[in-house]
Write a protein of this length. Structure first.
Length: 375
């Protein structure tokens, strides 16, 4: 499932079409968007945006990990389709799925595929169908740290599991030192932060710990944090802010939030060399994903324990969740038009410029076909 050359060329077009954030008008989000030139031209994106009968307001909620991508997409889409307003709250995957199954939003974003009980609940909202998962955004989950005097750090799954389970509490611990023989580690307490809200980023991060170090991570996993100890904050922006302002801090977040004083950890997977958290390395891991959804559902299975050279193991795929059938008639045209754009070549090209990984070609092709069949 390797990206084709046309998508690589399209990434360059994205730099002309996108930079930064849209100031969304509603839903009370406290997330901040990616920075950039707010006057960037929408000319390139406009060629792939078909407004059709799209109009009115779309309410959406969910994954904060994808919010910077959504902001960039919304900016381009609403510039081309002035009759549409899109308000994406970004309150976390758990909040998004709940809002969707309660019929409060036109679509939701989630970094985890719908569970069987959530699919069942969605049938009450999707009058003649059910909720389905459409993979739209890929990317690495960075483990970002703020340790004075340390600008590069290698950790492995065992050490990360012990840090986030309060089994390793100081930065000069012998286990960390063994992985970083050339680094002068300070005698400094580790301040580990996790998400306070139900989060697909938490789900994917703990799936990695379970798969890569099962002997050291005994929790079931899921959107809610289960380990004892540590500190918490809401949203990707919340944990990122805590890491920025706290000496000795470490947390997990989508890569676009790991900046301005936050340095991503390099992961020792057992491959020939430790792997950095980059879009390219996440793409290598996502390219090996398998479609495990049935019918119109396109949920994926990722290999969190990969040892392939250059494959970054802590990845996530964010799904846009919609009804396969039974979408609300007043929001269906706008929903389809927006999803059609973000799944397009131009829409996917936006991702790399904002720290995300495009979905591999053969999978995104199936997404495009599914979108056209929504009713």
């Amino acid at each position: 499932m390797k990206l084709q050359r046309k998508n690589r060329r399209a990434l360059a077009l994205g730099a002309l079409a996108v930079s930064g954030a849209l100031a969304l008008t509603a839903c009370g989000s406290d997330d901040t968007s990616a920075g950039g030139d707010s006057s960037a031209s929408a000319t390139g994106a406009a060629n792939s945006i078909k407004c059709d009968d799209a109009k009115g307001q779309l309410l959406a909620d969910g994954s904060s990990a994808q919010k910077n991508a959504i902001d960039a997409w919304v900016k381009q889409f609403t510039a081309a389709c002035s009759g549409v307003q899109i308000n994406y709250k970004g309150g976390g995957s758990g909040a998004g799925v709940t809002a969707f199954t309660q019929g409060q939003v036109a679509f939701a974003g989630s970094d985890s595929a719908l569970k069987p009980e959530e699919v069942t609940a969605s049938k009450e909202v999707c009058s003649s169908g059910q909720g389905i998962d459409l993979p739209m955004v890929g990317g690495p989950i960075a483990v970002g740290f703020n340790v004075p005097g340390v600008d590069k750090l290698v950790l492995d799954a065992e050490t990360l599991a012990k840090i986030f389970d309060s089994k390793i509490s100081n930065w000069n611990d012998k286990a960390i030192a063994a992985l970083n023989p050339d680094v002068k580690l300070p005698d400094l307490k580790i301040q580990a932060f996790h998400r306070s809200d139900e989060s697909g980023t938490t789900d994917n991060f703990t799936k990695y710990l379970i798969a890569a170090s099962p002997a050291n991570w005994k929790y079931e996993g899921g959107k809610a944090w289960q380990a004892k100890g540590g500190q918490s904050a809401a949203g990707s922006s919340g944990v990122a802010q805590q890491v920025k302002q706290t000496s000795g801090a470490i947390s997990y977040m989508e890569l676009s939030y790991a900046k301005d004083g936050i340095t991503p950890v390099t992961i020792d997977t057992g491959a020939s060399a430790p792997v950095e958290a980059t879009v390219e390395n996440a793409t290598k891991a996502i390219a090996a994903a398998q479609v495990v959804g049935t019918g119109s559902d396109l949920s994926l299975k990722l290999d969190y324990a990969t040892k392939a050279d250059g494959a970054y193991p802590i990845t996530l795929v964010t799904y846009e969740i919609v009804c396969d059938k039974g979408n609300k008639a007043d929001t269906l045209p706008a929903t389809k038009a927006f999803l059609r754009y973000i799944a397009s070549e131009d829409g996917q090209a936006v991702l790399a410029d904002n720290g995300y990984a495009p979905i591999p070609d053969d999978i995104i092709a199936k997404v495009r076909t599914t979108i056209e069949g929504l009713s």
